[in-house]
Write a protein that binds this ligand. Structure first.
Ligand code: BYC
Ligand code: FE
Ligand code: FE
Length: 474
C-alpha cells in the first residue's frame, strides 16, 4: 500500500510547510497501523466501499464519492474558511481579535480540550469495529464505514492542531491518541461512554443519535473558541457530523417503523414483536435510556469551575454563542435541583459555573426533537405507545446525580428498588442475547434488508437503495 503525502488532501498549504509535513508523515504510518488493527474488522482488504471524501471546504462541492478500499481513504486536513476580522465572541476578552497562536498561559487547558476531543474519534471506531459482521444491509454497512472513516478524519483534524501548535508535547499526545484503547483496563479512552461496548446495531444507531450528537454540541462550543485554528477545524467537522446523526436518527426510526408494522399486523401487542423477529418497543426504550444517559455524562459536572475558566478565557463557549443575550455571563444564575437527604433541593449557581449544564440543556432539546420524530412514526401506524427521554437524573455517573438512584421519571429511589427494576430500564444480558441472535446473519445482498428494520427512504447520493454500496474485489 502506498500512502504518500500527496494523498493528504488539505487546504492548509501542507506542501509549503515542511516541518508540519514531516511531522504528519511520521505520524501517518502509525495511524494506518492503528486503522488496520482497530478499524472495521474483515473489510479492509477485499472490499471497496462507496465513500464520501472531503476534497475542499466549498459549501457546494466539498464532497467526492467513489468506491475505495478503506485503508486507501484520503484522510484530509481541512479548516473552514477564515472569517475576516473575527473577534472573540464571549468571556473576559470579548471583542478582542481571535488568536492565531496560543498565548502561553492557555497552552495546557487548550491541549487538554483538543486531546479530549481527539480521543473520542478513534475510540468510536474501536467500539464499532465488529459491527460489519452483523449488518442489516449493505446500505447500512456503507453508512457505518462512512462514519468510521470520518471519525478517522476528525482524529487527523485534532492531530494537525497538536502537531502545528504544541511542539513536542503535541507530538507525544498525537502518539498517545493511537495507543489508548476503548474498554482497555490499562489504557482506556478518556471519557466514560467511549469505553462502553457497542455490540448490537441498535446500540450503534443510538450511539450515532445520542453520542455523536454530544460531538455536535461540543464542536459547536469549540467552534466559538478564541483560538481560531480550533474554531475553523471544528466548524468543518460539523459539516460531516450531520451525516452521523442522520445515520443514527433514521436508523432508529427504521427500527421503530418495522416494529410498528409488526404491531399493526399482530393487532398491537408489544409481546408479539419478538416472536415475529422484530425489536419490541420496551427494548428500544431501554437502549435509548442507556445511550442518552451515557451521553449526557459527556458534558461533565453541572457545577464546573473548569467550564467557567474555559468560558472566561474564551477557550470554549456555548452552542451558537452569537444567539446568546449576554456574552460575558458575569451575572445571572442557573437553578439546579440537587439531591439532598433523599429529596431534591433547588440550588442557585452562577451562569459561568453552569456552562456544562447550559450546553447539556441545548443538547437535550435537540434530542427531544428527534424523539418526537420517532413518535410520529408510531402515530402514523396508529400505535399509542411513545418513546421518551428519561430524566437527566437517571443512570448518571458524572455530576451531582452520580452515585444515587433515580427512576426514568427522575424520582429518587433506593438501591433495592433500582436493582430490582434495572432490567425494566436498561438493556440486560437477555436483551443482548436476543439482539445478537437476531443479527447473527449479516445481510450482504444488495436487494435484501434484515427483517428487524424497515428500508431507508432513499439511497446515498441519489443512487438506488439496492445499489452495490460495498463491493467485494479479489
Ligand atoms: N467521563 O469540571 P468537570 C465526539 C472528568 S464527542 C470521564 O465537570 P469539564 C464524538 C473531567 O475530565 C465530543 N471523565 O469537567 C462522538 C474532570 O477531570 P479532572 C467530545 C469525565 O472539564 C461520537 C472531572 O471529571 N468532545 O466528538 O468541565 C463519535 C471534573 O469534570 C467525564 C469533548 O468532550 C466523563 N464523561 O468537562 C466520535 C470536548 N466528564 O480535571 C466522536 C472537549 C467529566 O478532575 N472536552 N470528566 O481530572 C471538554 O470540553 C471537557 O473535557 C468535558 C468535561 C466537557 C468532557
Ligand atoms: Fe467526530
Ligand atoms: Fe461523529
Amino acid at each position: 500500500m502506498n500512502i504518500s503525502s500527496e494523498k493528504i488532501p488539505n487546504n492548509i498549504g501542507l506542501s509549503s510547510d515542511r516541518r508540519l509535513k514531516r511531522a504528519l508523515e511520521n505520524w501517518q504510518p502509525a495511524f494506518i497501523d492503528w486503522w488496520m488493527e482497530m478499524g472495521p474488522a474483515g473489510f479492509q482488504e477485499h472490499h471497496k466501499v462507496y465513500l464520501r471524501t472531503a476534497v475542499g471546504v466549498d459549501s457546494k462541492g466539498w464532497a467526492h464519492f467513489e468506491h475505495v478500499r478503506m485503508p486507501e481513504y484520503r484522510w484530509g486536513i481541512f479548516l473552514a474558511e477564515p472569517e475576516n476580522d473575527r473577534r472573540i465572541g464571549f468571556g473576559d476578552f470579548y471583542g478582542q481579535p481571535v488568536w492565531q497562536e496560543i498565548p502561553g498561559e492557555y497552552r495546557n487547558p487548550l491541549r487538554r480540550l483538543i486531546v479530549t476531543q481527539g480521543d473520542t474519534e478513534p475510540a468510536s471506531v474501536e467500539q464499532q469495529r465488529l459491527l460489519g459482521q452483523t449488518c442489516p444491509s449493505i446500505y447500512d454497512l456503507r453508512n457505518l464505514f462512512q462514519v468510521n472513516v470520518e471519525e478517522g478524519r476528525h482524529l487527523w483534524a485534532m492531530v494537525h492542531l497538536l502537531h502545528s501548535y504544541f511542539g513536542r508535547d503535541g507530538r507525544e499526545e498525537a502518539e498517545s491518541l493511537l495507543l489508548r484503547r476503548s474498554g482497555s483496563e490499562d489504557a482506556p479512552r478518556i471519557l466514560g461512554a467511549f469505553n462502553q461496548p457497542v455490540t448490537s446495531w441498535l446500540d450503534f444507531f443510538m450511539f450515532a443519535m445520542f453520542t455523536d450528537r454530544d460531538g455536535k454540541y461540543q464542536l459547536l462550543a469549540l467552534a466559538e473558541s478564541s483560538f481560531d485554528p480550533l474554531s475553523r477545524a471544528t466548524r468543518f467537522m460539523l459539516t460531516e457530523e450531520a451525516h452521523h446523526m442522520f445515520v443514527g436518527e433514521t436508523g432508529v426510526s427504521r427500527v421503530v417503523e418495522r416494529t410498528a408494522q409488526i404491531m399493526r399486523d399482530s393487532k398491537g401487542l408489544s409481546e408479539d414483536v419478538r416472536k415475529m423477529g422484530g425489536i419490541d418497543l420496551p427494548t428500544i426504550q431501554k437502549h435509548l435510556n442507556l445511550w442518552y444517559s451515557l451521553s449526557i455524562d459527556l458534558f461533565g459536572g453541572e457545577v464546573s469551575s473548569n467550564a467557567a475558566t474555559y468560558f472566561a478565557n474564551g477557550l470554549k463557549g456555548r452552542a451558537h454563542e452569537g444567539k446568546c443575550a449576554d456574552h460575558q455571563a458575569e451575572e445571572g444564575t442557573y437553578f439546579l435541583d440537587v439531591p439532598e437527604n433523599g429529596r431534591m433541593a433547588r440550588e442557585e449557581i452562577s451562569v459561568r459555573n453552569a456552562m456544562n449544564e447550559i450546553l447539556r440543556d441545548s443538547y437535550t432539546e435537540d434530542c427531544q426533537r428527534g424523539v418526537d420524530r420517532w413518535n410520529k412514526v408510531l402515530e402514523k401506524y396508529g400505535i399509542s405507545d411513545r418513546l421518551f427521554l428519561p430524566s437527566k437524573r437517571f443512570h448518571r455517573h458524572i455530576g451531582v446525580y452520580a452515585g444515587k438512584h433515580f427512576d426514568p421519571q427522575g424520582t429518587p429511589i433506593g438501591d433495592e428498588e433500582f436493582n430490582r427494576r434495572k432490567a425494566e430500564w436498561l438493556p440486560g444480558p437477555s436483551d443482548y442475547e436476543y439482539e445478537h441472535n437476531l443479527m447473527r446473519e449479516a445481510v450482504y445482498e444488495p436487494d435484501k434488508m434484515a427483517n428487524w428494520i424497515a428500508p431507508p427512504r432513499r439511497g446515498i447520493n441519489g443512487l438506488p437503495i439496492n445499489y452495490e454500496y460495498v463491493r467485494t474485489e479479489e
